[in-house]
Ligand binder design. Structure first.
Ligand code: PLP
Length: 400
């Protein structure tokens, strides 16, 4: 094999997929894998969903790119649908999640700047957070392993433990602009932030004139059975970053905000060359056609309940491998006793794709269109994975 011409920044498997069909990925030699990773919560409607394929195909023959120097009706259309379906009044489109978070951070800082408080630029974030890999978003995420070697951490990010109101109150000062949180931490290990804590954050922000930023890049677009996960808590943010699922596999992100916040982003303050181009908007609109269709989200809720129950049964019958199941809707995590990375590797051999996360958790993030039979198949393959790992443990035990 010749050496790869690519940067070595990813620990890739050696699987090469040729095509996808719904929840299945197929290699060029015909091996079929049940995709419970969805390209890390991206393929919300599975692979090659016919409605997405036809929307993208139609757009490729009409118009690809014009730049944000011009009015883009497809952007206006998707923006309107997102604002009608959420707390937000305005939308800024981006190409990725990190860029959506960058826009959220800039909008929050600019809001206070416009009120004569230029020093109020600190954002409070939470341990276990993940907000992206740019210089600002690694500072926001605060994880040493992502910060190391990239120069001084960008200033203006203060981190406290999740669900610790006293620590949060202690860190808030005259310099604090906003609080940013994932309603369910994804990379951090499918850790749900308690509803009551989210409500307290809203109250605290209102009391102190802070902005509340939700990072719903992973938890949004139907993943938990609501369009956005924070809807379960009954409160809303001032700013929200989304990406992943909204493009169904096409790179799209967005920063959503209230009028008061968006008002600061006047011409010249921010921009992106590709963000919101007609191709991306065509696919985003097609994703919403499906996700907002009558009954779709309710179905995600019931699938999520059923899958969580079945996973709990697998967990219970393999206490040497697993210790619990967590998460909401089809954003589920299995806490492991053995290294989560090993579980993901053995599951792959059993034809099941899943994604490791922090806190020694395996993420189960199937396409939202997964059928009952396919969920049963995923559960059976996970059970086979655990059995294979137990046999390996026994062999190792006998060898000692
Ligand atoms: C994936 C993710 C990001 C980063 O998105 P990119 O598209 O990789 O830049 C940020 N926040 C959360 C919660 C994510 O899951």
């Amino acid at each position: 094999m010749t050496a790869s011409s690519l940067f070595g920044n990813y620990a890739r498997s050696n699987l090469e997929f040729d095509h996808g069909e719904g929840v299945w990925l197929v290699t060029s030699d015909g091996r079929r894998f049940l995709d419970c990773g969805s390209g890390i919560a991206v393929n919300a409607l599975g692979h090659c969903h016919p409605h997405l394929v036809s929307a993208l195909k139609a757009q490729t023959e009409r118009l690809w790119h014009v730049s944000n120097l011009h009015t883009i009706p497809e952007q206006e259309g998707l923006g309107r649908r997102l604002t009608e379906a959420t707390f937000a009044d305005k939308v800024l489109f981006t190409n990725s999640g990190a860029e959506a978070m960058e826009a959220a951070i800039k909008a929050a800082r600019r809001y206070h700047y416009d009120r004569g408080e230029a020093d109020r630029f600190h954002i409070v974030t939470f341990e276990g957070a993940f907000h992206g890999r740019t210089i600002a978003t690694i500072a926001a995420g605060g994880q040493e392993k992502y910060l190391e070697g990239f120069g001084p951490k960008a200033p203006g990010f203060d981190q406290v433990p999740a669900d610790d109101l006293d620590a949060l109150r202690a860190v808030i000062g005259p310099q604090t602009a906003a609080i940013a949180i994932e309603p369910i931490q994804g990379e951090g290990g499918v850790r749900e932030i308690p509803t009551e804590f989210l409500r307290q954050l809203r109250r605290l922000c209102d009391e102190q004139g802070l902005l509340l930023i939700f990072d719903e890049i992973q938890s949004g677009v139907g993943r938990t059975g609501k369009l956005f996960a924070h809807e379960w808590s009954g409160i809303s943010p001032d700013i929200m970053a989304i990406a992943k699922g909204i493009g169904g596999g096409f790179p799209v992100g967005a920063c959503l905000a209230t009028d008061a916040v968006a008002a600061g982003m006047v011409p010249g303050t921010h921009g992106t060359t590709f963000g919101g181009n007609p191709l991306a908007m065509a696919v985003g609109n097609a994703v919403l056609d499906v996700v907002l269709a009558e009954g779709f989200l309710e179905e995600v809720q019931s699938k999520g309940r059923s899958l969580k129950q079945k996973l709990a049964a697998v967990v219970d019958s393999h206490p040497n491998i697993f210790s619990g199941v967590r998460g909401h809707g089809l954003m589920l995590g299995i806490k492991c006793v053995v290294p989560a990375g090993d579980v993901v590797g053995v599951a792959r051999e059993a034809g099941l794709l899943a994604v490791p996360a922090g806190d020694n958790v395996v993420r189960i993030l199937p396409p939202l269109v997964i059928s009952d039979d396919e969920m049963d198949e995923a559960v059976a393959r996970l059970d086979a994975t655990a059995t294979a790992m137990e046999q390996k443990l026994e062999l190792e035990g006998a060898a000692e």
